[in-house]
Design a protein around this ligand. Sequence first.
Ligand code: ZN
Length: 299
Amino acid sequence: MKKVIGIDLGGTSIYGGIINEKGEISKRASVESGGQEGREVVINRLIKIIKELMEGESVQAIGLGSPGYINVKEGKVLSIGGNITGWAHTDIKGELRKHFKDIPIFVENDANVAIVCEEWIGAAKGLNPVIMITLGTGVGGGIYSKTSGIWYGKNYEGGELGHMILYPKGRKCNCGQKGCAEEYISGRAVENIYYELTGRKIKGKYIFENSRTDKICEKIIIEFAENLGLYLINLKNIFDPEGIIIGGGVINSKEYWWDEAIKFYKENCNNPGDIKILPAKFSNDAGMIGAAKVALDNI
Ligand SMILES: [Zn+2]
């Protein structure tokens, strides 16, 4: 059976694994990505983790999911690099090629690899068309249909659902726009709003956990859930999908917001229908498994 390396590169961490044609992970490695320290640091950590995974193994390809707009043909980051400092315009494939000469390398957008994984062996299996949103440091989006595969748009800039504007003239986003969904329904958004209200910095995870005992946390998480419900209404009306899969790190706190978000969606959507809104099956491993699947499909 073929085996490949799948890498999930994020603003905070890099997760990698060796994955076979059934989607089984036989070896794992992870490291902090150093996303705030810039391109050089991130590339060096990618090289380190790939070398660690390759040791004593025979693999046929490397697949990598990266934040940002990705030209998948060339393996390059385009004008927006997501939550890694200086990541725009990085030639990821070219940089890795210097160290891994004889092995095919494939680069894809991070939310797209998540939907590839979920469609292959996860919560999106059999749903067509299906939308995936990943609520992590930022918000990623993927659009998939059986007939046309991943939606890229003309310039590989499509499916960036995190930058759909939820509030005109709203909170400033890293992308330069104002009011993007990412500034309301991501882990970073929750942390930023808490900081603005209290002057204190704490991890999003704790804000969710404290939402049943602390009034400020409660207010933030109710707004988070309602904003997510509002966002789901927009997705339903634009795409009319059979399913919407919600993944990313924030899904690990779903007990604090899931029911509220779905309730808001059902009560406020003109036609909520029977669309399947489901949590991702592989919240932590979706990126590496999907990246591996992209590599397996291309070798
Ligand atoms: Zn934005």
